[in-house]
Ligand binder design. Structure first.
Ligand code: GTP
Ligand code: MG
Length: 195
């Protein structure tokens, strides 16, 4: 699935804007600034494909990227940033719910968690939404390069404990660094085997 080029398709703000469900699809959810766009760039090996930025909340649309002819990678807007107007948050939650429960080709959601911080209450909220939407999700720890090897076991235990409360959680946790490339081949392989 990871052969071939990647392209930005479109940014979607409403359900009627979704591209045709004509290929396998996975989406990436996570708090603002956790590294969703960077991870998509690393997976596709295409720098600058998804816009990574230091400004939290930059990605406000559901952004669709193709990877080769058979896969969509979907960059979801980050949640949990301060200063987001309530109206914007509510609109986004409505769209997210519809997308998660109505997208037949969506095979898995990856919930990104900063490897330094572990699972926060807002992450647990999204996991609950995935449970009720019956979308299997898998946890990806990001920015592993910022965590000392000694501290990893503790974070993994915290995340594992959090996942155990969610029926839709896939048990394997993937530790990644988009900066250094750690875990990227593993994640590609997981996605490739989803079919
Ligand atoms: P929103 O679109 O605002 O929700 O953010 P995002 O989740 O898409 O995060 P983004 O990919 O824009 O990354 C946020 C910041 O973290 C950027 O400054 C990235 O360079 C940095 N970053 C992302 N991944 C890594 C990583 O693996 N290691 C390190 N050290 N920095 C990273
Ligand atoms: Mg982004």
């Amino acid at each position: 699935l990871f052969a071939g080029p990647s392209e930005f398709v479109k940014g979607v703000v409403a359900m009627d804007g979704l591209p045709d469900p004509d290929r396998l699809e996975v989406c990436f959810a996570g708090r603002s600034n956790v590294g969703k766009s960077s991870l998509i760039n690393a997976l596709t090996g295409t720098k600058g494909l998804a816009r990574a930025s230091n400004t939290p909340g930059r990605t406000q649309e559901i952004n669709f990227f193709t990877q080769g002819p058979e896969l969509y990678l979907v960059d979801l807007p980050g949640y949990g940033y301060a200063n987001a107007p309530l109206k914007v948050v509510e609109k986004w939650q409505r769209l997210l719910k519809k997308y998660l429960s109505g997208r037949q080709t969506l095979r898995r959601a990856f919930v990104l968690i900063d490897a330094r911080h572990g699972v926060k209450p807002v992450d647990a909220e999204i996991m609950k939404l995935l449970d009720t939407s019956a979308v299997t999700f898998q946890c990806v720890l990001t920015k592993a390069d910022k965590v000392k090897a000694n501290d990893r076991a503790k974070i993994l235990d915290q995340v594992r404990a959090a996942l155990s409360k969610h029926p839709a959680a896939f048990p394997e946790i993937v530790l990644t660094s988009s900066e250094k490339g750690d875990g990227i081949p593993t994640l590609r392989s997981i996605i490739t085997h989803l079919e």
